[in-house]
Design a protein around this ligand. Sequence first.
Ligand code: SAM
Length: 248
Amino acid sequence: VGTFYVVATPIGNLADLTERAKQVLTSVDVIACEDTRHTAKLLQHLGLRKPLLSVHEHNERERVEQIARHLEQGQSMALVSDAGTPLISDPGYPLVQALRARGLNVSPIPGVSAIITALSAAGLPTDRFTFEGFLPHKSGAKREKLLAQEQEARTLVYYESKHRILDTLEVMAEVFGAERQACVARELTKTFETFYHGTLPGILSQLQADADQQKGEFVVMIAGNPDPAPASEVDSNKLFRLLLAELP
Ligand code: SAM
């Protein structure tokens, strides 16, 4: 029976591809990927030609049979996403779950993920953190989610895109207040990598002042609440702030 390798790829700098990732991508029979054009470029960089199989949100469940058959016939496969570690805000979870349920071999080839890369240089507590992925796009749902996290004592980590970074920072500044320490990591491992550190209003105004800095990819990190309220007070606080936000 073949092995299904979950392979991390770079988040910007191609030199971050590990030696093992190269070996595995060279040795597997088929590469399952999020976007075949994107992965074709990576393979071209490595001088490799491999059959590619597209796996994305909409066909992942249908692919299970096909991939399980390949593996049972002794073929090995790799899963890669467009950037970073598959399954981390990227496709792959239903597939890996189904392959594990069938007792097939799934093996990780570790490498970069934007979460750990950002945290490692942010200067915020890293002993405990919670990864929240992408926030809802709509401002109301976003605010509600953030309000529910305002009492969290662990460092909070979010992914955000250029389309929503300003709106998200605005809502965060409102919900977490002017004191809370935060860090925004932009374009990690790329030419224009930038870290913004300080309070949320401070970071927001730096980004607002420079349109170029609103482009690219972002990880937003917020220090945990140093003094979380007792559980009984949380609900009334939350309700109060939710009601306040609805006022004209
Ligand atoms: N699987 C990836 C990982 O392991 O980090 C994440 C994929 S997710 C679809 C894309 C998001 O990850 C971006 O919107 C951004 O929030 C974050 N991200 C990816 N690459 C980044 C980079 N070079 N700099 C900052 N954030 C990045």
